[in-house]
Design a protein around this ligand. Structure first.
Ligand code: SME
Length: 181
């Protein structure tokens, strides 16, 4: 199966997964290959569907079941002066985060992706799931406005790196292009 995916990657005619709920094999492919596959799957998944909440819900599920060593994947959406919990996968989470607070609120106010290798060393980190040890937060920027963030937690320390940033920022761009904000 893995060999097939590798062949697909090298073809210009990439074949999208026939079933939307098919999990991507994470063993034997590099992180960059995984993000390439995910970007293509996200693109196909959202073709013909622009509902923002539905796409956010499916994206959190796709990432939760495709990325290794993650315990929470989801969205916080801008409402008024803060962030409010959106579609997610994982344990029950805190609902409201003020801008500038926690990793999510800081990424939103600084308008940039934050990678935190050890959340216990991040001043102001908001602990929703005690299993989380590292985190990446990617802001959703639409026409210059931060409309929310994508938040991913891991039980591993130092789980996220520049390849995750690049891959997830690309996936977020596709999500925003395809969804009606
Ligand atoms: N840790 C986040 C809060 C959200 S949970 O991780 C789901 C933060 O510090 O903003």
């Amino acid at each position: 199966m893995i060999i097939l995916y590798k062949v697909f990657l090298q073809n210009t005619l990439f074949l999208v997964f026939p079933m939307f709920n098919q999990e991507i094999p994470t063993v034997g492919i590099s992180k960059s290959e995984l993000y390439l596959l995910l970007a293509r799957q996200v693109s196909a998944l959202f073709d013909g569907e622009s509902d923002f909440i539905a796409n956010a819900a499916n994206l959190s599920s796709l990432l939760f079941y495709s990325l290794t060593d993650v315990n929470w994947v989801g969205f916080y959406l801008t409402k008024g002066n803060g962030l409010v919990l959106g579609p997610f996968q994982g344990r029950v989470a805190c609902v409201r985060i003020a801008l500038g607070k926690g990793v999510c609120g800081t990424a939103a106010s600084e308008r940039k992706t934050l990678i935190v290798g050890n959340v216990h060393e991040f001043v102001g980190h908001i602990a929703c799931d005690s299993a989380s040890n590292s985190e990446i937060v990617v802001p959703l920027i639409n026409d210059g406005t931060v409309i929310g963030v994508l938040d991913i937690d891991s039980p591993l320390f130092g789980r996220f790196d520049e390849e995750d940033r690049e891959g997830l920022e690309k996936i977020v761009r596709i999500f925003l292009e395809k969804s009606e904000v």
